[in-house]
Design a binder for this molecule. Structure first.
Ligand SMILES: *[C@@H]1O[C@H](CO)[C@@H](O)[C@H](O)[C@H]1NC(C)=O
Ligand SMILES: *[C@@H]1O[C@H](CO)[C@@H](O)[C@H](O)[C@H]1NC(C)=O
Ligand SMILES: *[C@@H]1O[C@H](CO)[C@@H](O)[C@H](O)[C@H]1NC(C)=O
Ligand SMILES: *[C@@H]1O[C@H](CO)[C@@H](O)[C@H](O)[C@H]1NC(C)=O
Ligand SMILES: *[C@@H]1O[C@H](CO)[C@@H](O)[C@H](O)[C@H]1NC(C)=O
Length: 284
């Protein structure tokens, strides 16, 4: 009896040990950083985490990342990166879950960057010099939980990044332009309403246009910044018409010589007449 109980006990302990070790091997443990001066041309196959924090890279040939087929975590923060080399579609390992690119000097990312990062959950692009992001950025990152974009130079945001799956979205310290498109985007964010997105994002301040400077992005109403297209056209066309009228009155109404020429060249065409009149007026 004691023998049977002992066997059961042993089996229990062994299976617990097996489950623990299995769980551990599925979770990716990152090593401490390997500091390099040049991005390695070939990456180790089969590693789940590459940590190059603090290296001095300047640029990353992103195509090289493709070879790390089991890569889940890539840490390239504090690498003095100024550029990510142009991307060929299919160059992101489909296993990639976390990408850290914060505290660099990126001013832009390539057009198709991360367009195939289907498993991406965490992306840190904070504290760079980004001025804009590609249209449709992250549109396939269906499980994105964390997106850090604070401390950049962003004026606008592609609506594709406002994924419903987000649990953390950092947008602070950017010179947001509170234009119609930004306000409408934030209001119309998918499966969220204004108040919940505000809760997620926190305080954002408008830097431009001038009339909105210092206002909270959340306090701006769409009707304040979205002008009707018809009205805009009118505001452009109306001054032009006025100017034209003024020029005509000024040159054809004032000088008798001009009057004469204008009358005589009525058939020659309107614009020639205006030119001629202006010319005569300057000469007189
Ligand atoms: C990379 O290494 C640094 C220190 O060596 C550590 O602080 C950082 O957390 C590591 N990155 C990841 C993603 O674990
Ligand atoms: C990495 O693995 C892939 C297949 O999984 C293989 O084709 C490739 O040659 C390997 N690269 C290296 C450097 O071992
Ligand atoms: C970082 O990159 C810039 C521009 O490429 C360079 O001027 C600077 O020296 C680099 N910083 C370090 C610490 O190497
Ligand atoms: C926004 O969402 C919250 C909670 O999800 C809900 O209580 C609230 O009624 C919503 N507001 C609008 C205007 O839809
Ligand atoms: C947001 O700003 C308002 C006023 O500008 C302030 O009262 C509030 O505490 C701020 N909230 C956070 C989370 O910083």
């Amino acid at each position: 009896m004691a023998f049977v109980v002992g066997i059961f006990f042993l089996c229990g302990i062994l299976s617990i040990l097996y489950l623990v070790s299995k769980g551990r091997s599925e979770r990716c443990e990152c090593p401490v950083a390997t500091v390099l001066t040049r991005f390695p041309s070939s990456l180790l196959n089969g590693t789940c985490c590459l940590n190059f924090t603090g290296s001095l890279f300047n640029h990353v040939p992103w195509a090289a990342v493709n070879y790390a087929t089991e890569l889940k975590i890539l840490d390239l923060s504090f690498c003095n990166l100024t550029q990510i080399d142009s991307i060929t579609v299919g160059s992101t390992p489909s296993s990639l879950q976390e990408l850290y690119l914060g505290q660099n000097q990126l001013t832009t990312v390539p057009h198709d960057f991360l367009s195939d990062a289907y498993s991406l959950q965490v992306l840190d692009l904070g504290n760079n010099l980004l001025e804009d992001l590609p249209a449709d950025f992250l549109q396939n990152a269906k499980s994105l939980r964390v997106l850090l974009l604070s401390g950049n130079r962003l004026h606008s945001l592609p609506s594709s990044v406002l994924r419903p799956s987000l649990q953390q979205l950092d947008l602070e310290d950017n010179p947001w332009a509170c234009t119609c498109s930004l306000v409408e985007e934030l209001q119309g964010a998918p499966r969220r309403n204004f108040s919940t997105l505000e809760g997620l994002v926190g305080n954002l301040t408008c830097v431009s246009p001038q009339s909105m400077t210092g206002r909270s992005v959340w306090s701006v109403q769409a009707r304040e910044v979205c002008r009707l297209p018809g009205l805009t056209a009118l505001f452009i066309v109306l001054p032009l018409l006025l100017l034209l009228g003024l020029v005509l009155c000024w040159c054809c109404g004032k000088s008798p010589l001009c009057n004469l020429t204008c009358n005589s060249c009525n058939q020659c065409g309107f614009s020639f007449c205006v030119h001629w009149c202006l010319h005569m007026h300057v000469m007189l």
